[in-house]
Design a protein around this ligand. Structure first.
Ligand code: SF4
Length: 343
């Protein structure tokens, strides 16, 4: 009566497509690709009696052994089965925005304050070519009383950048300055300071390669509880994101051509609250053509802007670097994004 059953671990989620299957390990924040047959078999194992599988063939025996070793599954006495009801994957956020990109020409204390009122956690400032260390220091002063958790500056490389101590000096004045990124640099390099939390990257890529919308790639996948929850109903790239360009246009991302209002004439909070502005936030991958058949759909931060079809399904005008029907990647695009994510 109390024979053990196999259960899939609560923090392990399995997605299966025709050509590939993916195990999301939400606690270790990693993922593993396995064959669709193995993925389907692991799903079948859930809540079945251990003794049912004692006589199964060698391939399945090995899959069970591996799943036990990797802690994807575990044997559970029958009387305790109801002790593992599964997790609630409803996503909620106490803030309206998580991430804002603002071109430096328009940044002001007023905009920082407006973004704070929306609960924005990360504010990324995009600097023009005439930036100086003093200019960054001046912009940082707008954040003196800000409640955001991370301030980032992205700027074109200049040869005068030989000493990063100046940037560290700004960090010590405002420890929420956590990232400085230089694009169009003559080299790729990442500095992580030993004495501060400031990270500095140099990338050979131009701005357009860093921020042009591209589809998901393995190196930009995000695996954790929060993003898995979020991806059930939302688009992992656009959800709670906002951009303000140097003209003051309020957009869903800096590369987007659609403006939903202007900071000079519209109230930021009201623009962000509109159905239109938030439409892309809800463009989840389960309702997007092709992506809905992809096993990476709950970790993918695809930056392409999808279009809503008459039937309520989203679709993209350009192809992704991954084809879930053949299970193949376009390696050229992956290399580009790999440089960016390591940048
Ligand atoms: S097919 Fe869609 S979900 Fe899959 S990797 Fe590409 S963009 Fe992401």
């Amino acid at each position: 009566m109390n024979s053990p059953h196999y259960l899939i671990s609560t923090d392990c989620r399995i997605t299966v497509s025709a050509t590939n299957a993916v195990i999301y390990d939400l606690t270790r924040e990693t993922f593993r690709e396995i064959s669709p047959a193995q993925g389907q078999f692991l799903l079948t194992l859930h809540k079945t009696k251990v003794e049912e599988w004692k006589e199964c063939d060698e391939i399945r025996q090995n899959w069970i052994k591996e799943a036990l070793q990797e802690e994807w599954i575990f044997p559970c006495p029958e009387t305790f089965l109801s002790s593992f009801p599964g997790l609630d994957f409803t996503w909620k956020s106490p803030s309206k925005l998580s991430n804002a990109q603002v071109e430096s020409e328009i940044l002001s204390q007023h905009i920082v304050h407006e973004l704070d009122l929306l609960g924005t956690k990360t504010i990324q400032v995009l600097l023009h070519s005439k930036w100086t260390v003093e200019y960054i220091r001046q912009l940082t002063s707008y954040f003196k009383d800000s409640t955001c958790l991370s301030i980032q500056f992205i700027m074109p490389y200049k040869e005068e950048i030989t000493n990063i101590d100046d940037l560290e000096g700004i960090y010590f004045e405002n420890p929420r300055f956590l990232l400085a990124g230089f694009y169009s640099a003559p080299f790729d390099k990442v500095f992580k300071s030993k004495s501060s939390n400031l990270r500095i990257f140099f990338s050979k890529l131009p701005f357009t390669a860093l921020y042009v919308p591209t589809a998901g790639t393995k190196t930009s996948f995000v695996v954790n509880y929060e993003s898995f929850r979020e991806a059930q109903q939302h688009n992992l790239f656009f959800n709670q994101k906002l951009a303000i360009d140097k003209r003051g246009d309020i957009k869903n991302s800096i590369s987007s051509s659609k403006s939903w209002g202007n900071i000079h004439s519209d109230n930021l909070s009201q623009v962000v609250s509109t159905q239109g502005f938030q439409q892309l936030w809800r463009a989840n991958k389960d309702q997007t053509l092709i992506c809905q058949d992809c096993p990476y759909r709950y970790m993918c931060t695809d930056e392409r802007v999808p279009q809503l079809q008459d039937n309520g399904i989203w679709a993209h005008e350009s192809d992704c670097t991954y084809d879930p029907y053949s299970g193949t990647w376009n390696s050229e695009h992956n290399t580009l994004k790999h440089q960016r994510s390591n940048g």
